[in-house]
Design a binder for this molecule. Structure first.
Ligand SMILES: Nc1ncnc2c1ncn2[C@@H]1O[C@H](COP(=O)(O)OP(=O)(O)OP(=O)(O)O)[C@@H](O)[C@H]1O
Ligand SMILES: [Mg+2]
Length: 232
């Protein structure tokens, strides 16, 4: 399964969610490959220390123009169970290629006007990329950095998502120290001190995101198989 974390906006949490989700599958013994297409090499930096990096997580930094070849090589060599692609927060060719290659694209967005506006633009872009191939895109907005105190702003944000008809992942990711720490400790929540409340809550949230992703992936694969079967 290939999941791309995409947004044309910087700082929405693409690298954080990439690293934290990698920890979810790695903790279950699955092999995870992070493909870092961001020239800033953020997520590669976070996992640079091989002594602290969870052993089931590998990171590669291919040239974005050679992504297709890189994915083929991975399939033929290490064949990771899950591939997570992290892209830069700008509109560039890497975003289009990463979205075209993924089974599912997640667009992180905080409950703010600017993030939701950008998520809408990316969703439109994804739809046009897939239309060019005659395929249905599978993407979801993922609400991230949701403040723990519910405010009217949050309510308006959700109304805006509905108005723009943006499909949203069921689970939301809250604003938590456990997520912020990844960049400094190199440890996703699943590999941190689980006794700390912030870590325990993050683990619960991430497991729920994982369940949402797997449910979506299986139903999408099945419905595509059905369509292909009918066309055969
Ligand atoms: N749920 C969260 N709770 C707390 N902090 C978060 C959360 N998600 C992201 N952050 C923080 O927000 C900042 C930006 O996150 P991140 O680097 O993952 O964004 P990005 O979309 O990858 O940015 P860029 O486009 O620059 O690559 C980081 O400092 C990160 O620790
Ligand atoms: Mg990033």
């Amino acid at each position: 399964m290939i999941v791309t974390l995409a947004s044309s906006k910087g700082g929405v949490g693409k690298s954080t969610i990439t690293g934290c989700l990698a920890g979810v599958w790695a903790a279950e013994g699955e092999t995870v490959q992070i493909v870092d297409l961001d020239n800033n090499r953020t997520v590669s930096r976070w996992f640079a220390d091989a002594t602290t990096r969870p052993k089931n997580i590998s990171v590669s930094t291919p040239d974005p123009t050679a992504l297709t070849e890189h994915l083929a090589e991975l399939a033929a060599t290490t064949a990771p169970d899950v591939i997570l692609i992290d892209v830069a927060g700008t509109y560039e060719r890497a975003l289009t290629v990463a979205v075209a290659r993924a089974h599912l694209t997640l667009i992180p967005a905080a409950p703010s006007e600017a993030d939701i506006f950008e998520a809408g633009r990316v969703a439109g872009h994804i739809t046009s990329v897939f239309q060019a191939f005659g395929r249905d895109p599978l993407y979801r907005l993922l609400l991230n950095r949701v403040p723990s105190l519910t405010s009217s702003a949050q309510l308006y944000a959700v109304m805006e998502i509905v108005r723009l008809k943006l499909p949203r992942l069921r689970t939301r990711i809250m604003q938590r120290a456990a997520y912020e720490e990844l960049g400094l400790s190199g440890q996703p929540p699943h590999f941190s001190d689980r006794k700390r409340p912030t870590v325990a809550k993050a683990i619960q949230e991430l497991n729920s995101v994982r369940d949402d992703i797997e449910t979506l992936f299986h139903s999408h694969v099945q419905s595509n198989a059905h369509i292909e079967g009918a066309a055969a």
